[in-house]
Design a binder for this molecule. Structure first.
Ligand code: ADP
Ligand code: MG
Length: 274
């Protein structure tokens, strides 16, 4: 399969003093579903920003679709062929919907991306209608996005990316702030998109969703380096890794099926530690 992203020794530092990524090496392949895991501040959102070419590595190289992604290459997005190609291929859903939504109606919000790509007006309208119906948000179409509830906003953000029909979706803590029904809806949507062949890269510290939405897990430590890059199964069964990266606490009693099983097997091995 085609390598879509290739990071070679990538580090990123904010304002020349706040380290966010430290010597990151990884490649990602078309059609993969990957969870980016790690405690708060470990660098997950920064990695997504790099993958979406919102920021550029402070050091090291980032290649997307075989081409180096640099500030120079993206400087003039308007008339830049690679930039346009990239924006068509990759879409991001930010953690906070309020920084993503800016149009005066939900319809305009969803139509914005395809318009930016220069699609003909009737094609834009058709796509927008399709996404509105697929996401079951026709009741929201004339509403002002900033007046919606958190879950509704999140749906509109996702819709505004899906209307561009990108091959690669980047999602930052997508289940944060969603009620259980909306979470289930989102998981099923991501599973459908995966079946349709999309590459889905999700930053999350919600351990309960990792195995439902991905097969590979990359774990960041609090020193901003990669501590594991493996199957979800391997990562989720590595209690020592999850504890040392501050994804679970030793005395934590989770009620999710998975952690329950882990803790029990852990107990058995350690002769009633609890
Ligand atoms: P995560 O998404 O895993 O919580 P982030 O990528 O947001 O982590 O942050 C990684 C590190 O970079 C943290 O130490 C954070 O404080 C720092 N950081 C993030 N954004 C900024 C910023 N705009 N200015 C300064 N430091 C930042
Ligand atoms: Mg984050």
């Amino acid at each position: 399969m085609e390598t879509i992203f290739d990071l070679q020794d990538v580090s990123y530092t904010y304002l020349e003093k706040f380290e966010a990524l430290n010597s990151v090496n990884l490649t990602m392949t078309a059609g993969e579903q990957i969870s980016i895991m790690g405690a708060n501040g470990s660098g997950k959102s920064t990695l997504l920003s790099i993958l979406n070419a919102l920021v550029y590595p402070t050091s090291g190289e980032f290649y997307a679709f075989g081409k180096p992604v640099t500030e120079e290459a993206f400087n003039s997005l308007e008339d830049n062929e690679f930039g346009r190609y990239f924006r068509k291929k990759v879409g991001i859903v930010f953690q906070n919907p309020d920084i993503q939504l800016f149009s005066s109606t939900v319809f305009d919000e969803i139509a914005f991306g395809p318009l930016q790509l220069g699609l003909p007006k009737d094609e834009v309208k058709k796509r927008t209608e399709e996404v509105i119906s697929m996401m079951e948000i026709s009741n929201l179409r004339d509403r002002a996005p900033h007046t919606l509830s958190g879950g509704e906003k999140k749906k509109v953000c996702i819709a505004s990316i899906l209307s561009i029909n990108p091959d690669v979706l980047l999602l930052d803590e997508p289940t944060g702030g969603l009620d259980p029904r909306s979470q289930l809806w989102l998981i099923e949507l991501l599973q459908d998109l995966a079946k349709a062949g999309k590459t889905i890269i999700t930053a999350t510290h919600d351990l309960d969703i990792v195995e439902q939405i991905s097969t590979r897990a990359i774990v960041f430590g609090e020193d901003h380096t990669i501590k594991a890059d493996s199957t979800c199964d391997m990562v989720m069964n590595n209690l020592e890794l999850l504890t040392s990266t501050n994804l679970i606490h030793k005395h934590m009693h989770r009620h999710g099926k998975l952690m329950h099983e882990h803790l029990h097997s852990h107990d058995a091995e350690n002769h009633h530690e609890h």
